[in-house]
Design a protein around this ligand. Structure first.
Ligand SMILES: Nc1ncnc2c1ncn2[C@@H]1O[C@H](COP(=O)(O)OP(=O)(O)OP(=O)(O)O)[C@@H](O)[C@H]1O
Length: 254
């Protein structure tokens, strides 16, 4: 099956020009568990302020790729380069210090601590202050004294993203933000991702099952099937080609 690369027409206006060093480069990255390779030769390059949507069916390897980028899993091949410097494989502390911040699909909040405590404990120098993070999420600001475990699913997700922003991310990795959330909540949350990229100039890599909503906020998209990139291109072009997306998901030749 030939991979398809759509025209590289990014829909963001903050193109830094051809000489800028990419914030994140993934060069033929492979990953997996034990001797099993579940992600194969994934490559992409992202400039400051851009959003990449990683799409694909269940079990395709999307979370494995995210965890590998965050250093939680060792790579089985390839290079990850952050702002021009290689990142060592399987070093989550180093990845975090270099600005890769993962919002995991289980959100990993301290449920018996308040919203404010969850944010204060994560805060890093250079990251958004608790108050600035709350400005991004006014609905959560009203719940700042509430324990994270008592928040709604949408509020918990806001807190997980707000917490990441207090850590000064250069690369924000958001794995299935919409997991378990009603579509109406997802429609509110995803535009915030766009705002984060635009206002902080961080790169956002978003794994998302709500394909059309993700394509509305992303600049670029990859469809991963069976661990390999099946389709890639500008989010705007992919959004205009739902049949192509469907074929890619089904693993048909496109
Ligand atoms: N800890 C693990 N040990 C061994 N295999 C795993 C582990 N986690 C995931 N896998 C396998 O790796 C493959 C890719 O899983 P992964 O969770 O990365 O897919 P995904 O695209 O994120 O899917 P989903 O959308 O369902 O989360 C699957 O076959 C899965 O069973």
């Amino acid at each position: 099956m030939a991979d398809l690369k759509l025209a590289d027409e990014a829909n963001h206006s903050n193109d830094p020009g051809p000489t800028a060093v990419p914030i994140l480069e993934c060069r033929e990255v492979s990953a997996g568990y034990g001797s099993v390779r579940v992600v194969r030769d994934v490559s992409f390059s992202l400039q400051a302020g851009s959003v990449l949507a990683i799409l694909g069916p269940n079990g395709a390897g999307k979370s494995t790729l995210m965890n590998t980028l965050a250093g939680l899993l060792p790579r089985k091949g390839g290079d990850v380069v952050v702002e021009g410097k290689e990142l060592r494989s399987g070093r989550p502390g180093e990845a975090n210090r270099r600005g890769l911040v993962l919002v995991p699909d289980d959100r990993a909040l301290f449920t018996s601590m308040t919203v404010r405590e969850n944010l204060s404990i994560a805060k890093r120098s250079g990251g958004l202050s608790v108050d600035a993070a709350m400005e991004m999420f006014p609905a959560l600001a009203k719940r700042i004294k509430v324990n994270a475990g008592s928040l709604s699913g949408g509020e918990q997700q806001m807190l997980a993203v707000a917490r990441a922003l207090t850590q000064n991310p250069r690369v924000l990795l958001i794995d299935e933000m919409s997991m378990g959330l009603a579509p109406v909540i997802v429609e509110e949350l995803l535009p915030i991702v766009r705002r984060i990229a635009d206002e902080t100039n961080a790169v956002v890599v978003l794994v998302e099952q709500h394909v059309q909503l993700a394509l509305e906020v992303a600049d670029e998209a990859l469809v991963i099937v069976h661990g390999g990139v099946r389709l890639s291109g500008s989010a705007r072009e992919l959004a205009k080609n739902p049949e192509l997306l469907e074929q890619a998901y089904l693993g048909e030749a496109v």
